[in-house]
Design a protein around this ligand. Structure first.
Ligand code: GDP
Length: 597
């Protein structure tokens, strides 16, 4: 038993960057890292696996006049290197978001875009505090760039015209935030950051405004997250799998963000797996080599331990079935069963509800799988199976078992089709949808279903017998029989060739024969529409016996067709066809009220 009481210390807050594609997330992270490095001092930043640690000293060097480092006792900021909300939602920790704070990047010229809205939804749902980086201020016409300066300094150097153009864009974004339910203002006007979102105008290219962003992030963390940052540095490490990767010489490894306690080489750990939790022992803890040593052959160096917050690569047996987004727990001072149960409970929280029938869903991480499941539930699309991982032959086989055609589909979020599944897919009657934007993925699927249903209705419509009521015109008998040829006027509906026709004797339908030709002004046609006068050939009757001039005749509707017409295709057929159908049904139902129901 360790005897480390009162070992609490403050850990680095974990920062994630989100925003619409091309709004500048990557550039912003690069700028922050680059500016930190060019601060010069050794140890300006520490590259972790999947994250960059920027210590308070470096931040205060960059922020200059904006920060008094003595105001802070948090050690710095840990930026997650992979921007975007799918990695953000991956990063779960004890049911919440792993990132303590987020930067929402919005292009000042573009304003809110679909992925901005999506990011906002995720931030709202996870209750993650965030600031808005209103990026690309340097693209304002007439801008006079002030590299690396605080934004106020930069604004002082701008023409009135440039400043007012920028302001217009900034207020647009503030308005959009308010439409999304967040009261926001330019960060220097915000009094209470718990009630208002701060907007920081900046440029990820020139670096102006970046000092302000770091200052706001530091201030927010210090003020509102200090308690959560207090951790037991000697406690059993807790983390989240960021990615599962094969690494030469190590086999399957997990890139892990450790957010609590300490992880040591040789520790027994429990990791969330695709089936049961994986109980294993750490063979190596790996971190990137410092920049100076990058020439050496090996990319990683082994370390003895890492404390929160940190990104580290863990090598251990059996990690190939680990899942991105799953919990990692060090087993220390308690039975392994207890830890396994804990990991199971946490995974159960994310378990996706599945149905007897539905689509197959694959996603890159647990968090994104959860987000997909939520979105599909809202869209009322049932899920047959949902799993983390690339699309494998097995998934195609499963999708093919769906009862309904529209469910023979795989929706893949941010995953690849495995090479050995390609031919399988070609030969299967399964439709694959992949995208790295959830709403787009679902929209694509919905469009596909709609089109499929429309096509199905069209084929049914093609096959179904159309209703028609028509009258034999007086003095229009061209031939008595074999076949009878008469002139008719279609009263309502569509008279189709080859249909059985008949008439009502009271409420009883009597078939008189079958159409064997329709001629319109001497030409053979397949059908005649309401209002048209045509001559028709009927096999069966003799004019003067079975039928008379002036008789009203009907196309005979098989009961099944009448039912489909009335229940499914009512909107698809024309008004006069509906009229003919209604009149036909009315007479039929006088004898049998349930006919065609
Ligand atoms: P991401 O998709 O959100 O990661 O966006 P990127 O960082 O890849 O940026 C998209 C494009 O916008 C790139 O061509 C960047 O050079 C450009 N860009 C990003 N930030 C700025 C900025 O502040 N000013 C200007 N002028 N261009 C920017």
């Amino acid at each position: 038993m360790t005897d480390h009481t009162n070992a609490d210390t403050l850990r680095t807050p974990i920062v994630a960057v989100l925003g619409h594609v091309d709004h500048g997330k990557t550039s912003l992270l690069d700028k922050i890292r680059g500016s930190a490095v060019s601060e010069g001092e050794a140890g300006a930043i520490t590259q972790h696996i999947g994250a960059t640690d920027i210590p308070l000293d470096t931040i205060s060097g960059m922020a200059g006049e904006l920060i008094d480092p003595t105001d802070f006792d948090l050690p710095g900021l840990l930026f997650i290197d992979t921007p975007g909300h799918h990695s953000f939602s991956t990063l779960r920790a004890r049911g919440g978001a792993l990132a303590d704070i987020a930067v929402l990047v919005v292009d000042v010229n573009d304003g809110f875009q679909p992925q901005t809205e999506e990011a906002i939804d995720i931030l709202r749902r996870t209750g993650t505090p965030f600031v808005v980086a209103a990026n690309k201020v340097d693209t304002t016409p007439g801008w006079n760039p002030q590299a690396g300066q605080p934004i106020q300094r930069s604004l002082e150097a701008q023409s009135e015209r440039a400043e007012s153009m920028l302001n217009e864009n900034l207020y647009e974004i503030i308005g959009q935030l308010s439409d999304a339910g967040f009261s926001a203002d330019l960060y220097w006007r915000v009094q209470d950051f718990q009630k208002n979102i701060g907007v920081v105008p900046l440029s990820a290219i020139t670096g102006e405004g970046v000092p302000d962003l770091l200052t706001v992030l530091m201030g927010l963390s210090q003020r509102f997250m200090k308690e959560e940052m207090a951790i037991d540095v000697f406690g059993a490490g807790e983390g989240t799998v960021l990615e599962v990767k094969d690494e030469r010489g190590f086999g399957a490894t997990i890139d892990t963000v450790v957010y609590d306690g300490v992880v040591r080489n040789g520790d027994r750990i429990v990791v969330g797996g695709q089936e049961d939790p994986i109980d294993t022992e750490i063979r190596a803890l790996l971190q990137p080599r410092p920049l100076e040593e990058i020439r050496t052959e090996k990319q990683f160096e082994k370390v003895a331990e890492v404390g929160a917050a940190a990104g580290v690569k863990i090598a251990a047996p059996d990690l190939d079935r680990a899942m991105a987004g799953a919990p990692v727990r060090v087993v220390r001072d308690r039975p392994v069963e207890e830890v396994v149960e804990e990991v199971k409970a946490e995974l159960a929280e994310i378990e996706v509800e599945t149905a007897e029938n539905g689509v197959v869903v694959k996603a890159d991480t647990l968090g994104s799988l959860e987000a997909m499941a939520n979105a599909l539930r809202e869209a009322e699309v049932p899920i047959l199976r949902a799993e983390v991982g690339d699309i494998a032959p097995r998934d195609i086989a499963v999708a093919e078992t769906a009862n309904q055609d529209e469910h023979k589909a795989i929706l893949g979020f941010n995953v690849d089709l495995l090479t050995n599944a390609e031919t399988e897919l070609e030969n299967a009657d399964v439709k694959l949808f992949t995208n790295d934007v959830i709403y787009q993925l679902i929209e694509d699927y919905e469009t596909y279903v709609e089109e499929k249903q429309r096509a199905q209705q069209e084929t049914v419509l093609d096959k179904v017998v159309r209703p028609a009521r028509f009258r034999i015109l007086p003095d229009h008998t061209f031939r008595q029989n074999d076949p009878a040829v008469v002139g008719v006027e279609v009263i309502s509906g569509t008279l189709q060739n080859n249909r059985n026709v008949g008439l009502f004797e009271g409420n009883e339908f009597e078939r008189v024969g079958q159409l064997s030709g329709i001629q319109k002004q001497g030409d053979d046609v397949d059908e005649a529409r309401a209002g048209e006068r045509v001559s028709i050939a009927i096999d069966g009757p003799t004019v003067g016996r079975g039928i008379e001039e002036g008789d009203t005749l009907w196309t005979e509707l098989p009961e099944k067709h009448a039912k489909i017409l009335e229940q499914e295709l009512k909107e698809e057929i024309t008004a006069d066809e509906r009229e003919a159908l209604a009149a036909y049904l009315e007479t039929k139902r006088k004898r049998d009220p349930f006919w065609g129901k």
